[in-house]
Every structure is written in C-alpha cells, then in structure tokens.
Write a protein that binds this ligand. Structure first.
Ligand SMILES: Cc1cc2nc3c(=O)[nH]c(=O)nc-3n(C[C@H](O)[C@H](O)[C@H](O)COP(=O)(O)OP(=O)(O)OC[C@H]3O[C@@H](n4cnc5c(N)ncnc54)[C@H](O)[C@@H]3O)c2cc1C
Length: 261
C-alpha cells in the first residue's frame, strides 16, 4: 500500500492546493440572476488552469466580517481553530489572465445563498481567497458531436466547453434558466444550436433539462457533458445509461449543487 492509499483508508485526504489571497477588482451584474466578480492578486502567480470546466474553491470571510481568515486543513476538511467551518464554495474560473493575475467567477444569485448574498453586496477591495484548480474536462476532438446540458451554475463551464469544441464538431446546448431574462451570451460556434428551457413554476430545479434531453436524438459517436442540481443529474444519468443504454465512456454528468443543502 502506498502512503496516499494508507491515508485514504484512515479517512485522511491529501491537502487540496493552498488558498491564494485575492481581492475583488471589479463587479458586473450580467442579469438579475448572475454577477460576474473579477478577483486579482499577486498570489495568483503560478496558478495554471488548462482545461475547460475546471473549478476553484472560493473562500470568503465569515458572515458579518470583512476580514479573511484562512482555515487549516485537518486531514479531511478545512476548519478554523475553534472547530467552526469556513465559507467555501466551488465555482468555474473564467477568463484567467496569468500575466495580469486576474480571474472571473460568475456567481448565480439565488435566495438563501451565502456566496450569492456576498456577491450582491461585494465591493472592490473585498478580501477572498481561491484554491485550485479542480479537474476540468478534456474535449474529444474525434467526437462526432456534443450535447451539453446544465442549469445556470453550469453555464460558465458550458461557455468554456463551447469555445473549446472544434468548429467542425456539432454542439447542441440545453441550458435551464430561471426565467427568459436570465439568458447569458454564448461564444460563437459555427455548429452550435442552443436551447433555453425554463422550469414550470414550483417544479424541481433541473426539471426542464430532463425532457429536453429525452426529446433529443443523440447519434452514435456523440458525447454528452452535463452538470447541475444533484438530484436532476442523478435522474439524467438514469435516463442516459438505463433508458438509452449509452456507454459510460461517452457521458460525463456532474452534480454541482444539492437542493436544500
Ligand atoms: C465543479 C463546480 C463548478 C461550479 N461552478 C459554478 C459557477 O460557475 N457558478 C455558480 O453560480 N455556481 C457554480 N457551482 C455551484 C455552486 O458551488 C453552488 O450553487 C453553491 O451552493 C453556491 O453557494 P451559495 O453560498 O450561494 O449557496 P449555499 O449557501 O451553498 O446554499 C444555500 C441554499 O441555496 C441552494 N442553492 C445553491 N445553489 C443554488 C442555485 N444555483 N439556485 C438555487 N438554489 C441554490 C442550496 O440548495 C441551499 O439550500 C459549481 C459547483 C461545482 C461543484
């Protein structure tokens, strides 16, 4: 057994990349549901983000404070010395500029979200920290086509995937948005068809993605990438694997958040 295996067996996980202190440089309200926050700082030097749909962890000051305290890795999670848990959430890094040491996060504004409410009132100069990147997705240049499906939290990753998919490959993107005004600009791609879907009032998040994917013909040789609310993504996996019999290797489905948690 190698060292990492032994640690995993004891419930000790390898320490994630260290947090890099940053500050808010700019805020753009893209629509009623989305804020783009540009972070910058010298500690972004050396950060490498190579794949589309990668992720970073965003650490924010505790609610009610503007001072950032970096927690300690305990072998399983980050905690403060008093045992309390820091505010850390996962986002998709966009427009990373290594030379200028700037990175954008596009944060969905939703009721009850701690990061969401921070983003609603953030100001240039506010402290934060970023760690990462977490794994992204390697686009297959031999794929015959791509179906991309997701909700607003997946839209930043979907934008990067559309930009990374070669112009010769067809892309069909299904994006669930809270309402029609929440559409976001997509990169241009000569073979992109985009389908915006809105869930019925009161229905579960992701509920408009499932019938939209079910209605698609997915020809042989196409690949699927999807992300969004965990319950909806669970149902999507069942649809793709059990109902359609798609092979595991051509489908990537990721739960990005969990309703009610
Ligand atoms: C790899 C990865 C990449 C991601 N990229 C992005 C990204 O680029 N942009 C982005 O906005 N999110 C992204 N997410 C999802 C994001 O991490 C979660 O939505 C997170 O919970 C938001 O934190 P919060 O503090 O605002 O809400 P929390 O305090 O975590 O949640 C409070 C409540 O809000 C609910 N909730 C959480 N998110 C939503 C939502 N979007 N809509 C409605 N209710 C919600 C929760 O179920 C909970 O009940 C990503 C997640 C992963 C794993």
């Amino acid at each position: 057994m190698v060292d990492d295996d032994r640690k995993a067996a004891r419930g000790i996980r390898p320490q994630p990349p260290s947090f890099r202190r940053v500050a808010v440089r700019r805020l753009d309200r893209l629509n009623a549901r989305l804020a783009r926050v540009t972070f910058g700082g010298d500690e972004l030097a050396g950060l490498r983000i190579e794949e589309p749909a990668s992720s970073v962890r965003l650490l924010l000051p505790a609610a009610g404070s503007t001072t950032l305290v970096v927690p300690t890795w305990t072998g399983n999670r980050f905690l403060f010395d008093d045992g309390s848990a820091p505010l850390i959430r996962t986002f998709t890094p966009l427009n990373f500029d290594a030379a200028a040491r700037l990175v954008d996060l596009e944060i969905v504004l939703h009721p009850g979200g701690m990061t969401s409410s921070w983003a609603e009132s953030a100001q240039p100069g506010d402290e934060a920290a970023i760690s990462g990147p977490g794994r992204g997705y390697s686009v297959d240049p031999r794929a015959a086509g791509y179906v991309l499906a997701g909700d607003e939290t997946a839209a930043p990753a979907m934008k990067q995937l559309i930009a990374a998919i070669p112009a010769t490959i067809a892309v069909h993107a299904i994006i669930e948005i809270a309402h029609r005004e929440a559409k976001v600009a997509l990169p241009s791609h000569p073979r992109l068809s985009a389908e915006w879907v809105v869930p019925a009032p009161g229905s579960a998040p992701g509920s408009a993605i499932l019938p939209a994917v079910r209605a698609l013909e997915i020809p042989p040789g196409w690949k699927v990438w999807a992300a969004g609310e965990a319950g909806a993504m669970h149902d999507l996996r069942r649809q793709l694997f059990d109902e359609r019999g798609m092979e595991r290797g051509v489908v990537t489905v990721r739960g990005y958040w969990k309703h009610g948690r």
